[in-house]
Design a protein. Structure first.
Length: 130
């Protein structure tokens, strides 16, 4: 597993918790489902947004509407959305999954959930899939 943490602007407590929970769920998915050999987690900034990205070289994301998909992907999307951020999951071109969350920084009005923020992402790439 590789972890890369770059400069990140001050975050609200809600954004910090969302990043922690999204990263935890994504890494749990890597461990449970992906059969990945490598995982990378990146936390940094895109403009005035925090960006979390988690990627792996496993089996790739489940198809939309797949039976037994569970609630993990929806909960990650909901956590980002509640703060005015965004969440995406996609297949990596070389195989595996990329989960990305963008969240407003603490100084941004959307960080408190009052107004929609510009995109912020959290990137985590991990072993085992997402």
């Amino acid at each position: 597993m590789t972890v890369d943490i770059g400069p990140v602007p001050p975050l609200s407590a809600a954004a910090e918790i969302a990043i922690l929970r999204i990263a935890g769920e994504a890494l749990a998915n890597v461990s449970r489902h992906a059969r990945a050999r490598h995982c990378q987690i990146t936390l940094g900034t895109t403009g005035d947004l925090a960006e979390l990205t988690i990627g792996d070289d496993g089996t790739g994301p489940p198809p939309a509407g797949a039976p037994g998909r569970g609630v993990g992907l929806d909960s990650m999307r909901d956590r980002a959305s509640e703060l005015g951020g965004s969440f995406t999951i996609e297949a990596r071109p070389a195989g595996g999954t990329i989960v990305r969350a963008l969240l407003p920084a603490g100084s941004h009005p959307a960080a408190t959930g009052n107004t929609p923020p510009p995109s912020a992402a959290i990137t985590d790439t991990g072993t085992g899939g997402t």
